[in-house]
Design a protein. Structure first.
Length: 279
């Protein structure tokens, strides 16, 4: 069953591309027609592409890996933050920190710095600071929180990137390409799809368009997480059962071992009784 349908996407305005003069010819396979100087995206293809991307995202989530969501444009920031947070995935909605993927250890150091400031604030170490120094530290903490707070839980490189507007986030896409991290992207008619592994051809400027696509993809990720949870619960139950069976078998084994030990003794006793009779 499809995760979205033609009417849903049409209603959200996913079909509106850019002006024909601003198009990227590489997007030609996804363009249905042009109307009033604007390219119209073929939503039948978008439906299929959303399903393909959603299934792949579901499998990544099911394997317990992280997907990093990226959207720094005004129309998509809130939607990305809300949807990514709802499935406990990291996201970037402020400026993309250059080298975030290719220089990941440095980014992790900045995140740790934020955690250190929090710890020192809690244990009262900053109580001796002057007002000016305290203000500087607080400002530094706020800046780190704004830029990196949403990726604080990202302890290792993400296994995939989900990008809204691959043209605007081209640095993030390039970094992912260099490291072999698959890129899922909402690609409009003015963008180049060649560096995107999972292309979702759609309007990347309208909030409704971004939201309807994210709803489908995040629902798939949530399914993957649920299935992972269920599998783990099943594994635990199977382990518990195996342990219970092993515990149950212990007395049986002990009784058998005792019998095996007693058998030779009984045989020896019988043999000794029979010996005088033989004389």
């Amino acid at each position: 069953m499809s995760r979205t349908n033609f009417d849903q996407l049409l209603q959200a305005g996913c079909h509106f591309g850019h002006l024909t003069r601003k198009w990227n010819p590489a997007m030609a396979p996804y363009i249905y027609t042009e109307r009033n100087g604007i390219h119209i995206i073929d939503l039948h293809k978008t439906v299929v592409k959303i399903d393909t991307a959603a299934e792949a995202l579901k499998q990544i989530a099911k394997s317990g890996k992280k997907i990093l969501f990226v959207a720094t444009k005004k129309q998509a920031k809130e939607v990305i933050a809300e949807k990514a947070a709802s499935i406990n995935m990291p996201y970037v909605i402020e400026r993309w920190p250059g080298g975030m993927l290719t220089n990941f250890p440095t980014i992790r150091k900045a995140v740790k710095k934020m955690a250190n400031i929090d710890r020192l604030m809690q244990d009262g170490t900053f109580g001796n600071l002057s007002k000016r120094e305290l203000l500087q530290v607080t400002r530094q903490r706020a800046k780190l929180e704004k830029n990196l707070g949403s990726i604080a839980d990202l302890t290792r490189l993400p296994s995939a990137l989900f990008v809204v507007d691959v043209m605007k986030e081209n640095i993030a896409v390039r970094e992912a390409n260099r490291l072999g991290i698959p890129v899922f992207g909402i690609v409009d008619t003015n963008s180049d799809p060649k560096n995107v592994d999972f292309v979702i051809p759609a309007n990347d400027d309208a909030k409704d368009s971004v939201e309807v696509i994210l709803n489908a993809c995040c629902a798939a990720i949530a399914e993957g997480l649920e299935e992972r949870k269920a599998e783990k619960a099943d594994e635990k139950a199977a382990e518990a059962q195996a342990e219970a069976e092993a515990d149950e078998a212990k007395p049986k084994r002990a009784r058998k071992a005792r019998k095996d030990e007693e058998a030779p003794v009984a045989e020896e006793a019988a043999a000794e009784e029979e010996a005088p009779a033989a004389e």
